[in-house]
Ligand binder design. Structure first.
Ligand code: DUC
Ligand code: ZN
Ligand code: ZN
Length: 484
C-alpha cells in the first residue's frame, strides 16, 4: 500500500508496550508498523522523540451556558486549538440540557456550535438536567442509538441536581439502552446548608468555596451513587474524584465486583485548597468543584491512579477568564463565593503535568500514562480501537513528544481562551511538540498548521464497560432486562 506519511525513528508507546518503530500512515489511518516501511510522500523525523497515541480528554466543557452574565472562555475553536497544542487529538465536551429543554434540540445547538470549528475530533456526552418522561422514554433512547452513548448527571447545583428517584430513572434508561452514566457526586443539601451558614457568618471570600463542600459531602454522594447503581445493576463513572475517602468508596465497590469506574484530574494532584486563599479575589482562579483538597488527598489520588482504582485522567477543562466581569470577577462573585463561576482551564496542561509529575518522577509508567490519558478513554466511551492506540487500522491520531524538554507552565505559553492558568509556575519535563489528527498535522513543531474545519464529529459505539453485570440485589429487575 502506498503510504502518505512515515513517522521514522521514534519510540512508540501504547497502553501495553514501548518499542522502537516507524509508523506508516495511509488515508488517515495507521497502515504499517515496522522498521523498513519503504518510502512515503512525507517522512517525519522522530529521532529521540516519543510517538504516543494522541490524548483523548473525555471531560471538557466548551461553549456551555454558565449563568446570567457569565461567559465560558472557550468555544469549540479556541478549546480544540488549545487541546491540540496540549497533545490531544480528541475531546469529549458536554451537550448540556437545561430545565425545560428538549435534549434533541440541545444536541442540535451544540452541533451548530462545533460544526466547522474544531481542530481536533470531538464527540458529545449529554448532561441530563430535566429527567421528564419524554426525555427518559423517547429522547434519550433515540439519542443513544444515534451514538450519544454516555450522559452525566449532577447530584448538586440549583437547576441541575437530580433527586435519588430521578437518578434511578436515568440509570434504568442507561441499563436498558447500554449507555454509560457519569456522576458528579456531591451532596446538594449539605452544600446548601454549609453555604447558607458561611454566608450568614460573613465568610464569603473565594476560599470558603472549599469549606462549603468538604470531603464528607463528596464521600457521601459517591457512596449513594454507587448504592443506587448497584440497585439498578448499572455501571457508572464517578467523575472528578478529589480525595482518598471518595476513592475508597469506589475501591470497595470494585472489590465487591461492581462495575464502578473512577476519574481524577490534574487539580487534585497538584493544587490544594490553600491556592484559594489568595488576597482579594485571586483565590477565585482556583474555584472548581469538587475543590482541590490538601497534600494528603493529592497522595491518595496518586495512589488511586497507581492501583488503577481510577482508570481515567481528564482535565475537567471548564474555563473562565479571571480579569473579566463575565468571568471569575463577576460583580456578584465579590459578594459571595457562591456566585464565582465554577471551573478552571486545563485541557492544554493535563498531559504535560501527568507526564512530568507521573512518568518522569517514577509514579506511573509510560504505558500507564498512555492508558490514563488516551486508551482508557477510548475504551470507556465506545471509541476503541478506532481511537486511543497506535495499531494497524486505527486512526492516525498521534502526539510526538520531546520527553526531555523542560518548560515552566505559564499563561504566555498557552492557547486557551482564559487569561490565566491555575498551573502557572509549575516546572515540567516533557512536552508535546506535534499533534496529528487522522494523519494530518494540526500542530507541528509548536506551530499551528491545521484548519479549524479539520476536526470531525465522531458518533460513538456503546461501551463494553457499560454492560450490566446481570446480578441483581433483589429478585426483581427494577430496570427491566434480564432477571437472574
Ligand atoms: N463539574 C464539572 O464537571 N465541571 C465543572 C463544574 C462542575 O461542577
Ligand atoms: Zn461535575
Ligand atoms: Zn466537568
Amino acid at each position: 500500500m502506498a503510504l502518505n506519511t512515515i513517522i521514522r525513528g521514534g519510540t512508540v508507546a501504547t497502553a501495553s508496550d514501548t518499542f522502537a518503530c516507524d509508523v506508516g500512515i495511509a488515508n488517515g489511518r495507521i497502515a504499517a508498523l515496522g522498521t523498513s516501511l519503504g518510502d512515503a510522500a512525507e517522512i517525519v523525523d522522530a529521532g529521540r522523540m516519543l510517538v504516543l497515541p494522541g490524548g483523548i480528554d473525555s471531560h471538557v466543557h466548551l461553549a456551555q451556558p454558565s449563568g446570567p452574565g457569565i461567559v465560558m472562555a472557550d468555544d469549540f475553536e479556541s478549546g480544540t486549538r488549545a487541546a491540540a497544542f496540549g497533545g490531544n487529538t480528541m475531546v469529549l465536551p458536554f451537550a448540556m440540557q437545561q430545565k425545560g429543554e428538549s435534549l434533541r434540540e440541545v444536541v442540535k445547538q451544540y452541533h451548530a456550535l462545533a460544526n466547522g470549528n474544531c481542530y481536533v475530533d470531538v464527540s458529545f456526552h449529554l448532561i441530563i438536567a430535566d429527567a421528564t418522561d419524554r426525555v427518559l422514554g423517547q429522547e434519550l433512547p433515540a439519542l443513544v442509538e444515534d451514538g450519544y452513548t454516555s450522559f452525566k448527571v449532577f447530584m448538586t447545583y440549583e437547576g441541575m441536581a437530580l433527586s435519588d428517584l430521578e437518578m434511578l430513572n436515568v440509570m434504568s434508561v442507561a441499563r436498558e439502552t447500554g449507555a454509560l452514566v457519569m456522576v458528579h457526586a456531591e451532596n446538594y443539601d449539605a452544600i446548601r446548608f454549609l453555604t447558607d451558614r458561611l454566608e450568614r457568618a460573613g465568610n464569603t471570600a473565594p476560599r470558603f468555596h472549599a469549606t462549603s463542600r468538604p470531603i464528607p459531602v463528596e464521600r457521601e454522594a459517591t457512596h449513594r451513587a454507587i448504592s443506587l447503581a448497584e440497585l439498578v445493576d448499572v455501571p457508572i463513572m464517578i467523575v472528578h474524584v478529589s480525595n482518598g475517602e471518595a476513592m475508597e468508596e469506589i475501591r470497595r465497590a470494585q472489590q465487591r465486583g461492581l462495575k464502578i469506574y473512577g476519574e481524577t484530574c490534574p487539580q487534585y494532584l497538584v493544587l490544594t485548597a490553600k491556592d484559594m486563599e489568595g488576597l482579594n479575589m485571586e483565590g477565585a482562579k482556583y474555584v472548581c468543584s469538587p475543590p482541590p483538597r490538601d497534600e494528603k488527598s493529592q497522595q491518595e489520588c496518586w495512589a488511586g491512579l497507581q492501583s488503577h482504582v481510577f482508570s481515567l485522567f481528564s482535565s475537567d477543562h471548564c474555563p473562565f477568564r479571571y480579569d473579566d466581569a463575565q468571568g471569575k470577577l463577576t460583580p456578584k462573585g465579590r459578594t459571595s463565593f457562591r456566585w464565582v463561576p465554577n471551573g478552571i482551564p486545563g485541557v492544554e496542561t493535563r498531559l504535560p503535568i501527568l507526564f512530568s509529575e507521573g512518568v518522569k518522577k517514577g509514579r506511573i509508567s509510560l504505558n500507564e500514562f498512555v492508558a490514563f490519558t488516551a486508551t482508557n478513554h477510548a475504551k470507556t466511551y465506545g471509541l476503541y480501537p478506532k481511537k486511543g492506540t497506535i495499531a494497524v487500522g486505527s486512526d492516525a491520531d498521534i502526539a510526538i513528544w520531546d520527553p526531555e524538554r523542560k518548560e515552566t507552565i505559564s499563561q504566555k505559553l498557552l492557547h486557551h481562551g482564559s487569561d490565566y492558568t491555575p498551573y502557572e509556575g509549575i516546572a515540567v519535563t516533557g512536552w508535546p511538540v506535534s499533534t496529528m489528527v487522522r494523519g494530518r498535522f494540526v500542530v507541528r513543531d509548536g506551530k499551528l498548521v491545521g484548519a479549524k474545519s479539520g476536526g470531525e464529529y465522531v458518533p460513538r459505539a456503546k461501551s463494553p464497560y457499560a454492560a450490566p453485570r446481570g446480578r441483581l440485589v433483589t429478585e426483581f429487575s427494577p430496570a427491566g432486562g434480564p432477571n437472574v
